[in-house]
Design a protein around this ligand. Structure first.
Ligand SMILES: [Zn+2]
Length: 265
């Protein structure tokens, strides 16, 4: 009897705690809400900025902000027009360029983006920045960190939502959050799954196109990324990332779809 009840509760959890990723349509586990996660995220982002050399007021920094705003605006417009304004509810977009040799960029939940100066030579120009920006914005729109956090909580038996988890085991909950947003250990070492990465590529390609950037530039960016890393993958693109060839093949497969958004601009 107890087993049955437990199975019922467990099933119920999955039935009622799923979200759907826009555009890809994938169902994902979601046992915490953005209302719960975003304040934690904004707090973490603020801490990273405090500990970093922020170059957002430089010419390059302004370019990053400009690309970020264009993409965020285009995505929000699309979501509004398609009846999903709730996806970015509570978001507080912010784009910053930070000084670091790391070839990296990341986005915390709620649209808090950081670009490292180390990735700019590979971006080369505004469209290259848009490739990375589209990918990072896609992680936020698809709520990948929240999904990772939900998975981490379930894996650790914390099934009752964030409030309950905080009460039950605050330090474990905090660790799961930090791992999910990628600030445990080294900042920006996001550990998204291979599927999440491919999904961010797919959505990112569409997002850059929506904002008026030519998506056909994306495969070239990934080729440059691959060439500069000499086969070794840079931080955000570590082991869980799909291999560069597979990633470029996938982008080319999705190009026709992305071009529809580009041409409708
Ligand atoms: Zn990524």
């Amino acid at each position: 009897m107890y087993k049955k009840i437990a199975a019922f509760i467990f099933l119920g959890l999955f039935v009622y705690s799923c979200a759907t990723v826009p555009l890809s349509g994938r169902r994902q586990l979601s046992i915490v809400s953005n209302a719960e996660v975003l304040p934690l995220s904004y707090d973490q982002y603020g801490q990273v900025l405090e500990e970093s050399k922020v170059l957002t007021n430089t010419t390059k920094g302004k370019q990053v902000v400009n690309v970020g705003r264009r993409i965020a605006e285009a995505v929000e417009k699309y979501l509004d027009e398609n009846g999903h304004p709730e996806i970015t509810e509570g978001f507080a977009w912010e784009f910053n360029l930070l000084e670091s040799e790391q070839v990296n960029a990341w986005c915390m939940p709620g649209g808090k983006v950081a670009f490292y100066t180390g990735i700019l030579p590979i971006c080369q120009d505004e469209t290259g920045i848009a490739v990375v920006m589209g990918h990072e914005v896609a992680h936020a729109i698809a709520n990948h960190a929240r999904e990772r956090m939900s998975q981490g909580m379930v894996a650790n038996g914390l099934m009752g939502g964030l409030q309950a988890a905080m009460g039950e085991n605050p330090s474990l909950t905090q660790t799961i959050f930090l791992q999910a947003v990628g600030v445990g250990g080294q900042v920006g070492m996001l550990k998204f799954s291979r599927d999440q990465e491919l999904e961010a590529d797919q959505l990112g390609l569409i997002f850059m196109a929506m904002a008026g950037y030519d998506p056909r530039e994306a495969p070239g960016f990934w080729q440059r990324m691959n060439a500069q890393s000499g086969g070794e993958r840079p931080p955000e693109f570590l082991s869980t990332h799909p291999g560069p060839e597979r990633r470029i093949d996938k982008l080319n497969e999705q190009m026709d779809d992305a071009l529809k958004y580009y041409k409708s601009n």
